[in-house]
Structures are given as structure tokens and as C-alpha cells.
Design a binder for this molecule. Structure first.
Ligand code: ATP
Length: 572
């Protein structure tokens, strides 16, 4: 801020017929003093840039971690429907906030200092000229306020549009095999193009607004300079102000002008930052519909009974469509129950309720007589092992995948679980348990057995098993079934199997037929088969017809395999 006044003094010094050395310094001394000042300024600037950038990056890193932690604790529905728009909050919004509270804030402070000190110096040099200059400030500030508000609105819309764009891309990229199999390049490009165009249209509006704003502020700045030059020149000729002071004043006007312009940018960036911050804090402050840590811990060492009492359920995204209607079912501790029913009948939804991905709309599920909603979700899920239809693998070694629910498990425990789950294929791999795998790098049957090992390693009190329907060949199916069989026979775990194949169904102690959202038949395999008008028999007709020998017996380990029958699979 000392530059304009120094230059003015120098001009007066050199143009004077009787030069007076400013502040009593020699020209050399003054030059050195200025050099020292510039060096100190440069050092401060370097420090500011480094510190601000680092602080910004740290804020971004911390915000990202917290947002991510908050996102993965939300109920699955919120994230799966893309409602949370988590990815764009994690990537874009956090950067904007980080930049706002560091870079923009520091630029803002600088511009405040530039404008106020500049104005003070101008008043000192010539109050009249300063007042003339100030005439342009109110209209420009008013414009800045409107511009800032408009930009905040646009920024919110842009973030939303970017979120949509990311969602489309993520969906296609994660299903690239399907996209390529159907040659759906054009279709996917069109979807993406539509979303990109929305972002572009918003960017166009932002560009127009900023163009108009900066064009008009630049114009008013130059007109002000012109007015100052005209009026100030007059004052110089009248001898009321020196050429040097007028020069200093004009330079200060430029400083103040650019300070005010930076303030406008600051204001609009802060508005953008507030928009992005709101989106982040919305997610950070959001209380999950099923909070993970409220309630009491699950009583230890219990395995049941698990009871579904008058459970009604509909998906929040499909209100009014009741999937389960007054479902009643009881599983004793250590018992295995297979649920059978038509495809889409709600079998997997029962698992989803058991795991508390959702809560029933009416009715309750109890464990050892206590409503499971009273337990902390984390402690409840801790005692449940799941084997989904299409198990998910994570990038890492086979060992780390098996130990997913129990990272501190020893190698012996991991190998033991793998042995129990018939994962003999692991020993055949060159690197065994240290083999690196990706999401898709094992076959369907291997993935299922690995998932069984993963579930067993947790030594769960309850096992929720969703049988793979189509991905297994006869040999893999037999191996998976044998693994399941071991679990059922041990009676160490209460097992709720969503079953499709007769060979599995027959091994469960009891079978529950799910029809029209409720259990319509319940009993052992033989009881259900021998019932007159058996719904179970009707459901299983195709599979039963394809059996040539005796029907499989729950006690007979050599029960016949069910032949592949696409029609049956479709029906069940
Ligand atoms: N997340 C969801 N949101 C809305 N509706 C859903 C959701 N998941 C499943 N549904 C619907 O709920 C119904 C029951 O689905 P569910 O997956 O429980 O059936 P299922 O008996 O396990 O079928 P399958 O044997 O084919 O796996 C279906 O009509 C399905 O369309």
C-alpha cells in the first residue's frame, strides 16, 4: 500500500525545481528501504500462499473423511437411490468449501485492507476527489449483492446437475459388461450428453452474469478514473494539489477499485462456498433413519428365538405396495428354516428386514423376546452372518475378503472358515490365501463359498442365506450345498434360508411357504409334501417331477442333486 504514495513523492521530487528529500532520506536509502519492504512483502506472500493452500487441503481432507463416514452410516435406501448424491459432495463440494474458507477468505481480507487503507490514503491526499470517486461505489455494491445471490442459486443448481451427471456415469461404468453386451454406447452417451448439457446451460448463465457484471464494473471504474483525471487536472492547474499527489491518488483509485472488485469475487465465492457447505453439512448432520448406535447391546451368547410378529412392510420408494402383509414366523434357537415362494414374492425382503436395512411398517421382529429395534444396529448385525445371492468381493487378498467382518482373525481361523465353507479352490491357487482378487475375479460358486466362509468366520448366532439361483453349475451347487449342510447339521446357528432348489430346501428343518406377503404353510419337508392341496407341492411341482429317485431326505447326506430346470427356477 506504500507504493502509490512513494511514487507520487518521487515524481514531485524529480519534477521540483527545489527538491526536498522525502522523509529526510537519500535516494539510495529510500530505494533500499523500499527493497527491504518489497522483500518482506514477498516473503509474507510466500508464507501466506503455502499456509493457506495447506490449510485448505487439510480442511478438504477432513471434510471428505467425515462426509464419507456420515454417508456410509446412512440407511441403504438413502444412498442406493442416489438421493444423497454422495460422490459429488465428496469430490466437488468439499473442494469448494476448502477453497472458500482459505484462499477466498485470505483474498477477501486482502481486498478489505486494500480498499480501506487505499481510501484512507485518498482522503489524506484529497477529500474532494475521494468523494467524487466514492459516488460509483453504491451502485456497484448493489450490483455485487444481486450478482452474488444469483451466483449462489446457480451454484446450487450446478452441483445438483453435476451430481446427476456423476450418477449416470457411475451407473454405466459399474455395469460396463452389460453396456458393452448390448452395444448400448449411443444410449449411454445420450443419457450422459443430456446431463452434461444441463451443466453447460447453467455454466452459460453463470458466464453471462459474470460477463455483464465485470464488464459494467470495469466500465464504471474507467469512467471514474477519467472523471478524477479531468477534475484533478483542473485542481493541479489551480495549484491545489501536486502532480505527484494526483498520480498517487489515481494509483490508489486503481487499488481501491481492484480491491472492491476482489471483494465482489470474494462475496460470490463465499456464496458458492455456503451453497456447497450447506450440501455437505446437510449430509453430515443427517440422522440416519436407522441410526447405527442407539439402543442396547444384543444379549451375548443367545441364538434365538427369532420371531416375526404381524410384520407389514413396503419399500419407502414404493409406498402403498405392501410386500409383506401380516407375516408371522418363528425360528427357534439353532433351527434352520427355508423360505420358499414365487420370484418377487418378498423372500429377500425378509432378510433385508432381519438385517435392519429397513424396519417394518407395522409389527415387529423379536430376538429372545426383545424387539430388535431396541438393539444397537451395530451389535445386532455383529451376530448375523449373511450370504447374499450375488456376494460382493472387495479389491484385496482372498484372506482379507474372508476376514471382512473380523479383520483381526488369525490365518488359522481364516483357513478353518474356508475349509468349513468348502473353499478348497483357494489351496489350488499359486498364492493361496494371498491371491489378490477384484470385484469379479472369482466364479459365482466360488464367490458364494467365499461369502459363506466370510459369514462363518464371524461365528454368527444367526445366518441369513440367500441361495444363488442361476450362477452355479451342478458341481458348484453341490459344493455350496455341502457347505450349507454342514452349518445346518451343526445346529450352532439359527439359519433363515431363502431357498430355490429342492436339494437345499429339503435339508432345512422346517419350510415356510411365502404367498401373498404372508406364510401360508409351515412344516417339515415331509409334512408339507403329504398335505392335501399342498401349496408347497404346487410350487415345487416342476422340481419334484424331475426327481427320479426318492425325494431328498433331510437326514440323508447323499440326497440327489436337483437337475437344472430353467422353468422351475423362474417359477420359484
Ligand atoms: N429396494 C427396493 N425398492 C422397491 N421395491 C423393491 C426393492 N427391492 C425389491 N423390491 C420389490 O419388492 C418385491 C419383493 O422383492 P424380493 O427381492 O424380496 O423378492 P424375492 O422373493 O426375494 O424374489 P427372488 O426370488 O426373485 O429373489 C418385488 O416386487 C420387488 O420388485
Amino acid at each position: 500500500m506504500s507504493v502509490p504514495i512513494t511514487l507520487g513523492k518521487l515524481i514531485d521530487f524529480f519534477s521540483s525545481t527545489n527538491p526536498q528529500i522525502p522523509f529526510g532520506l537519500s535516494v539510495w536509502q529510500a530505494s533500499f528501504a523500499l527493497l527491504a519492504l518489497f522483500t518482506a512483502g514477498a516473503l509474507a506472500n510466500t508464507g501466506r500462499a503455502i499456509l493457506m493452500r495447506m490449510a485448505g487441503q487439510r480442511i478438504v481432507a477432513r471434510l471428505r473423511e467425515r462426509t464419507y463416514a456420515a454417508a456410509i452410516r446412512q440407511e441403504v435406501e438413502f444412498v442406493e437411490r442416489g438421493e444423497g448424491d454422495v460422490l459429488s459432495r465428496l469430490s466437488v463440494d468439499t473442494s469448494i468449501v476448502g477453497e472458500s474458507v482459505t484462499q477466498n477468505l485470505s483474498d477477501g481480507l486482502r481486498s478489505i485492507v486494500m480498499s480501506t487503507v487505499g481510501l484512507g490514503a485518498m482522503f489524506y491526499l484529497s477529500p474532494t476527489l475521494t468523494l467524487l470517486m466514492l459516488a460509483v461505489v453504491p451502485p456497484v455494491s448493489l450490483g455485487a449483492v444481486f450478482y452474488g445471490r444469483y451466483l449462489k442459486q446457480l451454484s446450487n443448481k450446478t452441483q445438483e446437475a453435476m451430481g446427476e451427471m456423476t450418477k449416470v456415469a457411475t451407473e454405466a461404468l459399474s455395469a460396463l459388461r452389460t453396456v458393452q453386451a448390448y452395444n448400448a454406447y449411443g444410449q449411454e452417451e445420450n443419457k450422459f450428453h443430456e446431463r452434461v448439457n444441463k451443466v453447460l446451460a447453467l455454466a452459460r448463465r453463470e458466464a453471462t452474469a459474470s460477463g455483464i457484471f465485470f464488464g459494467s464494473t470495469g466500465w464504471s471504474g474507467n469512467v471514474t478514473l477519467l472523471a478524477l483525471l479531468g477534475y484533478g487536472g483542473n485542481l493541479v492547474s489551480l495549484g491545489e494539489i501536486s502532480v505527484g499527489d494526483l498520480t498517487s491518488l489515481l494509483l490508489y483509485t486503481v487499488y481501491v477499485g481492484s480491491g472492491l472488485q476482489m471483494l465482489t469475487t470474494f462475496f460470490s465465492s463465499i456464496m458458492r462456498g455456503i451453497g456447497a457447505g450447506t450440501r455437505i453439512f446437510e449430509l453430515l448432520d443427517r440422522r440416519p433413519a436407522i441410526p447405527p448406535d442407539t439402543g442396547v447391546p444384543v444379549p451375548p451368547t443367545r441364538r434365538g428365538p427369532v420371531k416375526f410378529e404381524g410384520v407389514h412392510f413396503e419399500y419407502p420408494s414404493r409406498k402403498g405396495v405392501e410386500i409383506l402383509k401380516d407375516l408371522n414366523l418363528e425360528l427357534d434357537a439353532g433351527e434352520s428354516v427355508a423360505i420358499v415362494g414365487k420370484s418377487g414374492g418378498g423372500k429377500s425382503s425378509i432378510h433385508a428386514l432381519l438385517l435392519r436395512y429397513y424396519d417394518p411398517v407395522r409389527g415387529k421382529i423379536t430376538f429372545d423376546g426383545q424387539d430388535i429395534r431396541e438393539f444397537t444396529v451395530t451389535s445386532w448385525r455383529q451376530i448375523i452372518g449373511i450370504v447374499p445371492q450375488d456376494p460382493v468381493l472387495f479389491t484385496g487378498t482372498i484372506a482379507s475378503n474372508i476376514a471382512y467382518g473380523n479383520p483381526s482373525a488369525s490365518r488359522e481361523e481364516i483357513e478353518q472358515a474356508a475349509r468349513e465353507a468348502n473353499c478348497e479352490f483357494i489351496w489350488g491357487m499359486p498364492k493361496g490365501f494371498d491371491t489378490e482378487i477384484g470385484r469379479q475375479s472369482l466364479s459365482g460358486g466360488q464367490r458364494q463359498r467365499l461369502a459363506i466362509a466370510r459369514a462363518l468366520l464371524k461365528k454368527p448366532a444367526i445366518l441369513a442365506l440367500d441361495e444363488a439361483t442361476s450362477s452355479l453349475d451342478a458341481t458348484s451347487e453341490r459344493r455350496v450345498n455341502d457347505a450349507v449342510d454342514k452349518i445346518l447339521r451343526s445346529r450352532q446357528t439359527t439359519v433363515l434360508i431363502v431357498a430355490h432348489r429342492l436339494s437345499t430346501i429339503a435339508r432345512a428343518e422346517r419350510i415356510a411357504v411365502l404367498e401373498d406377503g404372508r406364510i401360508t404353510e409351515l412344516g417339515t419337508y415331509r409334512q408339507l409334501l403329504n398335505r392335501p392341496d399342498s401349496r408347497f407341492r404346487a410350487l415345487m411341482a416342476a422340481q419334484l417331477n424331475s426327481l427320479v429317485a426318492d425325494p431328498p431326505n433331510g437326514d440323508d447326506p447323499a440326497a440327489p442333486e436337483t437337475p437344472e430346470n430353467p422353468e422351475t427356477k423362474e417359477m420359484i
